[in-house]
Design a protein around this ligand. Structure first.
Ligand code: 5RP
Length: 229
């Protein structure tokens, strides 16, 4: 079973938890994409839900799928969020932000009664920060000074870039108008401490460590589904 299929079965399994009347948090990424397609089909079959997207990309997909959308202002409490992750440890701590949506993802997570994380097997890790660099969203003003402070914690970071249509590399700008530093830790054994140390640096908006947020992780594996909760 290839990685795409692992993502699909995990994401589609998560949609089985969705019931009519729910306010849904709609995560971001290539795994959640399969959940959005499935939710779209369920809505067309009569499922009555409203979603709050975690990124402009997800908003676009949800609109294409005709999933009704709302806002946190209208619905400050979310019944269920389905989101992906870049790394998951055995305590259900996560690294998120590979898709540059970590700020909105954490705001949505904070407003959610229940969070299901959907991943393929490659995302499971013994110690966070060993397989994936930690994304940290920073404001553009004085970003070099912010990076120096961030590097005191992680050692080394790189400014995330995006390719333009003519092949140039520019700094990636998030949906919130900020930059992202990808921080190369040699493992994050104490994620809660690192999460708050990074967020204490002036110029840091948020980082991609999610501690005690996920209720259940649904993992697509070559042998089928596996769960952590
Ligand atoms: C976006 C995220 C994504 O959930 C994470 O990057 C996983 O994405 P994918 O399912 O494409 O591997 O945190 O900011």
């Amino acid at each position: 079973m290839n990685t795409e299929h692992q993502k699909k079965i995990a994401a589609e399994k998560a949609t089985e938890t969705v019931q009519s009347g729910m306010i849904l948090g709609l995560g971001t990424g290539s795994t959640v994409y399969y959940a959005l397609l499935k939710l779209g089909a369920m809505v067309r079959d009569g499922l009555d839900v409203v979603g709050i997207p975690t990124s402009e990309g997800t908003e676009q997909i949800a609109l294409e799928q005709k999933i009704p959308l709302t806002t946190l202002a209208m619905h400050p409490t979310i019944d269920l969020t389905i989101d992906g992750a870049d790394e998951v440890d055995a305590h259900l701590n996560l690294i998120k932000g590979g898709g540059a949506a970590l700020v909105r993802e954490k705001i949505i997570a904070n407003a959610s009664k229940k969070i299901l994380i959907v991943v393929d097997e490659s995302k499971v890790s013994r110690v966070l920060g060993t397989n994936f660099p930690l994304p940290v969203e920073i404001v553009r003003f004085g970003w070099e000074a912010t990076q120096t402070e961030v590097n005191r914690i992680c050692g080394k970071s790189t400014l995330r870039v995006a390719s333009t249509q003519d092949g140039k590399q520019n700094p990636l700008i998030t949906d919130n108008g900020n930059y992202i530093l990808d921080c190369h830790f040699e493992g994050i054994p104490a994620p809660a401490a690192v999460e708050s140390q990074l967020n204490n640096i002036p110029g840091v908006v948020e980082n991609g460590i999610f501690v005690n947020r996920a209720d259940k992780v649904i993992i697509g594996t070559p042998a089928g589904l596996r769960y952590m909760e």
